[in-house]
Design a protein around this ligand. Structure first.
Ligand code: BGC
Length: 265
């Protein structure tokens, strides 16, 4: 119960890694806002699972790449719960294409959902953290922001230039924000997941052949699960990680270790 009496918002929490994060934060005692854009039934199922496990949560529909919707969501949440302690900027999409075929719409959509949403939600969260001020009985930090990045903030990814660009952007977004806000006791960190078994990368694990090819990129030799990321997020949001800010923690089974060099080079 490391997150008791804390209010947490998880964006994109109706699917994939967001589900694992929402459940883990709730299991650690946080009251979780399950944000989703279009999958109302899936969001309701996450809420039902959390409630059945004895946790506290609500669902909230909003497109986090839209400034007006983000502002309204934060106003509503603060009206309902009084404040916010933890923001997990999780919402993300892929729109893959060979570079020569990539449309401006594919580029803009990925940057909007993956990067601009993190700006909009973090700005709203920081304004609330500063308005509310420290609550040392609840948490040593005045606020915590966890940004969902990827191994692709580090590993270039041909065929996914828009996506890798968004994740590289999140790296310096997080570092600059952490540097600016550390004096106010606001911690900002990235999680860099590797291949986690979710709908976003179904083609990479759905057949035995695809999975075998994927595992060649993962020294630890298993695909990750949403709980692997959820548990890390719960710990990073807790006071056990109070001295951690401005850094990326990769949870990737060693994907960032240049696996080709284990036998080559
Ligand atoms: C991507 C997945 C991919 C993984 C490892 C993630 O950020 O969304 O599609 O499997 O990185 O390459």
């Amino acid at each position: 119960m490391r997150l008791q009496n804390q209010i947490a918002l998880v964006t994109g929490a109706s699917s994939g890694i967001g589900v694992g994060v929402a459940k883990a934060l709730a299991a650690n005692g946080a009251t979780v806002v399950i944000n989703y854009r279009s999958h109302a039934d899936e969001a309701a199922a996450v809420l039902a699972d959390i409630t059945a496990a004895g946790g506290q949560a609500i669902v909230y529909q909003a497109d986090v790449s839209d400034e007006a919707q983000v502002e309204k969501m934060f106003a509503d949440l603060i009206a309902q719960f009084g404040t916010l302690h933890i923001l997990v900027n999780n919402a993300g999409i892929q729109q893959d294409a060979a570079f020569v075929d990539m449309t401006l719409a594919q580029w803009n959509q990925v940057l909007a959902v993956n990067l601009t949403s993190q700006f909009l939600c973090s700005r709203a969260a920081v304004r609330e953290f500063l308005r509310r001020g420290p609550q040392p009985a609840i948490s040593r930090a005045t606020g915590k922001i966890i940004c969902m990045s990827s191994v692709h903030e580090e590993i270039p990814w041909g065929g996914h230039v828009n996506y890798a660009t968004s994740k590289g952007g999140i790296k310096l977004f997080m570092e600059s924000l952490a540097q600016e806000l550390a004096p106010q006791k606001i911690r900002v960190v990235n999680i860099g997941p590797g291949a986690i078994q979710t709908p976003i990368n179904r083609s990479a694990w759905a057949t035995p052949e695809a999975l075998a090819a994927l595992l060649k990129l993962i020294p630890y030799n298993r695909i990750g699960q949403p709980e692997d990321i959820g548990n890390l997020a719960a710990w990073l949001a807790s006071d056990e990680a109070d001295y951690i800010t401005g850094t990326t923690i990769f949870a990737d089974g060693g994907m960032t270790l240049y696996p080709g060099f284990a036998t080559g080079g």
